[in-house]
Design a protein around this ligand. Sequence first.
Ligand code: M3P
Ligand code: FE
Length: 311
Amino acid sequence: MAMTGVLRPGHAQLRVMNLEEAVHHYRDIMGLIETGRDAEGRVYLKCREEVDHHSVVLREADAAGLDFIGFKVLNEATLDQLEADLNAYGIATTRIPSGEMLETGERVRFQVPSGHWFELYAKKTAVGNGCGLVDPTPWDPASIRGMAPLRFDHALLYGPNIAEVTKIFTEVLGFTLVERVLNPEGTANLIVFMSCSIKSHDIAFAEYPEPGKLHHCSFAMESWDDVLRAGDIMSMHKVPVDIGPTRHGVTRGRTIYAWDPSGNRFETFKEDRQSYPDQEPLTWTFEALGEGGGLDYVQRKLHDTFLTVVT
Ligand code: M3P
Ligand code: FE
């Protein structure tokens, strides 16, 4: 498959209420690698298999949540084109200058009707994954620490107007709708899972009255064993766990949901399902989200935190 437009979710900037506590969580317990701090005090981290300078940025604030997600696009021409396409669709954009975020080029920022802020960017310094570019090693022993996720994989966001947001992602940004969960009446989508690749999802949205909310940021693990091992580490450090270890019926991922010290949910996740853009989306009824194992295929129940606890 030719990937020519939006490549992947490249970074998430998270609000945390105590910066050093958050750094301890993401760097020392989860095992992300700290790659920088800027004049504003933001802390930059990357996962071990990521090549670019950072994928998680922590910003100290009074309340937890998500500032924005950035998607990397193929090149500058793609960035210009997608900016023009967004504007033509009626979405205002602003350019954030190169260097405002460490090691990152110009970013095109916009808000969607769910209240979430996104940005597109074409350049970020490649710092490598420690394996080398010639005769590479399969993994870098120095990069294995804590839960040791491979990469920032996707996020699930809660907010209003997700039908409009779905249109923007599919019609303007080139994403594919991979799976969806219907609302209880069966009249509209309650949750949509969209992909700009063959991943089961690169971004997901759930209909929710309050705008701009974060349900979780997900981190890809190398194996199901690594998901269970992440669970051991959560227990050792008394990280509060929400759901799992289990399998999602929706998108089939193997998962644990847990919370960082500020209450931002994160997921350690092993993807099981992939999908190509020519495939029909899969549909789940609202009843199947709970009893049908959509959320938790093992327990077949709709954990009440799933639809109510967000930051
Ligand atoms: C995920 C995932 C639902 C499943 C959610 C799935 C809404 O978070 O990463 O696959 O049932
Ligand atoms: Fe997820």
